[in-house]
Design a binder for this molecule. Structure first.
Ligand SMILES: *Cc1c(COP(=O)(O)O)cnc(C)c1O
Length: 227
């Protein structure tokens, strides 16, 4: 497919880097899924990236995603939407309605809200538990020392809907040790999906075993200022 727009060109670059990083790590490039993070960018940009063959998108606000994605999905049934931002319990029902995967399950109250929402809506998205691998107070994610018991209880409750783990390493640190910690937690619990790596560090994350990489800026450019 011939790249025909700046967004399609950048998408092609990211895909090429993903493939190279996977091969360098002795991995099958098909084992890494690109989540194109379109938050704050208009539906027209999503459309452009969809037209270039990208089908998996990430958004961090339920309301924004609910406004943007249902019309796109009607035209593109293969589209998959991941919610990747901190989630309030009062948004659980909308989240369960629109998401194919929620990557930010991080506390028992949210697990309760998602379970109730899934009962009432009649569907359950795939789930990832977000781990605060840097134990940063301002960040979402279950604290490291609570992660094992939270993962176990969510596995009992959600069964195979719980697919894996997600993390966002501290901005100013080498991300590799955080990625390794997440991978070892996932291995301990037999979870197949590891969502780690953003524009600045997705090749490193792939070397450390990422199966999902969440890339925004490198595809869509800088995010427009928002209210
Ligand atoms: C915004 C965001 C990303 C994408 O970040 P970039 O640096 O623009 O690639 C990835 N993950 C989460 C959770 C985000 O909120």
């Amino acid at each position: 497919m011939a790249p025909s727009s700046p967004l399609a060109d950048r998408l092609a670059d990211v895909r090429a880097r993903i493939n190279a990083a996977a091969r360098n790590a002795g991995r099958d490039p098909a084992s890494v899924t690109l989540v194109a993070v379109s938050k704050f960018h208009p539906a027209s940009c999503v459309q452009e990236v969809l037209a270039a063959g990208q089908t998996v998108f990430g958004e961090n606000r339920v309301q924004e995603a609910a406004a943007k994605f249902p019309p796109l999905r009607e035209q593109n049934p293969a589209l998959r939407l991941h919610l990747i931002g901190g989630l309030q319990t009062n948004k659980a029902k909308d989240a369960v309605r629109i998401a194919d995967m929620i990557e930010s399950l991080d506390r028992p109250a949210l697990a309760d809200a998602l379970a109730r929402a899934a009962d009432s809506v009649g569907r359950m998205p795939e789930l990832l538990i977000e781990v605060n691998t840097g134990d940063e107070p301002q960040k979402f994610g279950v604290p490291k020392e609570e992660a094992d018991s939270f993962i176990r209880s969510c596995q009992q409750r959600f069964g195979s809907s719980l697919r894996g783990l997600m993390c966002i390493p501290p901005a100013e640190q080498d991300p590799a040790p955080h990625f390794r910690l997440l991978r070892s937690m996932a291995q301990t619990h037999g979870l197949p999906v590891l969502s780690m790596g953003m524009s600045a560090d997705y090749p490193v994350a792939i070397a450390e075993g990422a199966t999902l990489v969440r890339v925004g800026t490198a595809i869509f450019g800088p995010r427009p200022a928002t209210a």
